[in-house]
Design a protein around this ligand. Structure first.
Ligand code: ACO
Length: 355
């Protein structure tokens, strides 16, 4: 039997996170998402994920300090190359910049990889906008430093909530890719780069930019229902809806909606998005009555990252900034407790050979 898409195939045991698709519940190391998002900092949750998987892991406060130092160290490593990296789309510049880091499996490697997207993404965006990049400030919280390096202010808590919300999510495609690489005992950078490759596609982390494009197109057209109906009639997928595991609303959507609502000047945008969301859900129910298609994490991600000050083409890179914590933890868990991942394929001979 061929398990196309590996639905329902269990290939790892993990203590890191659990996605209960039927109940719409995400648990991260024993905590419900709602107990972490907006409640604990990204660095505290990354520390939670790393516990037991990295030798010499210090306590949470020292870890946060070391992450600040790691941002500065990464900055010194990549700064001379930033202009060259900025000639590429920001996601690719981030990926290439991350590939410059050492491929170890120790705490220092983990910290550098956790820091890399946070340093690279704001710097590349500023260079692409014709502005000088801003060096990290190690004493700040991780999200606050990212917002400062972006040259913005006001969205620190929202970004922190976002990074926590997306830090880990069971065996999604990018985490699986990271674990496959880690199962060969390759280093953490190799695993993180595999995760980055998988996250980029629109069926995984590449959806929030298109969500914003969809909202703008609907605002310009004026009639949400007509626009959405025409899109699904044309066979298009509505970005920000549907999920392989959730058969109910993605709990991350609500965490992000609350964070976006707390930001100033987003009331009108959120109200419009809520209208579009309700209409899209009604259209999807009519269009695919046998299929549960609900709002996923990407819908409110788009609004939140827009409000923090990120351009739409950077949204997937900011996703990587959070998910890198999960990739590192899963890669270490796989390397320490798993075995080489090596599935089978069924050979289909050419028609002439089969005859
Ligand atoms: N809009 C319209 N139709 C949809 C959507 C959607 N957003 N999602 C699924 N469908 C339809 C498919 O066309 C398909 O119809 P069919 O059976 O007539 O062919 C059916 O629902 C099942 O689709 P699959 O692709 O098999 O379902 P899967 O579980 O693999 O899909 C996925 C999950 C890829 C996320 C899908 O819902 C999708 O493409 N959504 C839009 C993109 C998106 O929002 N991606 C971000 C996901 S969240 C994340 O990864 C972080």
């Amino acid at each position: 039997m061929v398990h196309n898409g590996l639905d329902d195939v269990v290939v790892a045991e993990t203590v890191l996170s659990d996605v209960d698709g039927a109940a719409g519940r995400l648990t991260i190391r024993g905590f419900a998402l709602e107990q972490l998002a907006g409640q604990r900092s990204f660095e505290a949750v990354a520390h939670l994920l790393f516990e037991g998987f990295l030798p010499a892991l210090p306590g949470p406060d020292a870890f946060a300090r070391q992450l600040g130092e790691a941002r500065r160290a990464v900055w010194h490593r990549v700064e001379p190359l930033l202009p060259a990296l900025a000639t590429r789309p920001v996601y690719d510049g981030m990926r290439v910049g991350t590939a410059l880091l050492d491929d170890g499996t120790d705490l220092a490697s983990a910290l550098a990889l956790l820091a890399a997207p946070a340093v690279l993404v704001p710097a590349l965006l500023r260079l692409q906008a014709g502005e000088a990049p801003i060096a990290p400030e190690p004493g700040l919280g991780h999200a606050a430093d990212v917002v400062r390096m972006l040259g913005k202010s006001g969205g620190e808590a929202a970004l922190d909530c976002y990074l926590v919300t997306v830090c880990d999510h069971g065996l999604n495609a990018s985490t699986f890719a990271a674990r496959v690489v880690a199962s060969t005992q390759a280093g953490l950078a190799s695993s993180v780069l595999a995760g980055m490759g998988a996250l980029k596609g629109p069926l995984h982390g590449g959806a929030p930019g298109p969500v914003l494009a969809m909202l703008d197109a609907i605002a310009a057209a004026g009639d949400a229902e007509a626009w959405l109906r025409a899109a699904v009639d044309d066979g298009e997928r509505l970005m920000g809806f549907g999920h392989r595991i959730y058969r109910t609303r993605d709990p991350r959507a609500d965490a992000l909606k609350a964070a976006v609502r707390a930001l100033p000047r987003t009331a009108g945008r959120v109200a419009f998005a809520e209208q579009v969301e309700a209409t899209a859900l009604a259209v999807l129910r009519q269009h695919k009555p046998g299929r549960v298609l609900e709002t996923n994490v990407e819908f409110y991600t788009a609004l939140l990252l827009e409000a923090v000050g990120f351009p739409a083409d950077a949204f997937t890179a900011v996703f990587a900034m959070g998910r890198v914590a999960g990739w590192i933890a899963h890669a270490r868990e796989q390397a320490l407790t798993g075995r080489l991942i090596r599935p089978q394929s069924r050979y289909v001979p050419p028609a002439s050979a089969a005859a």
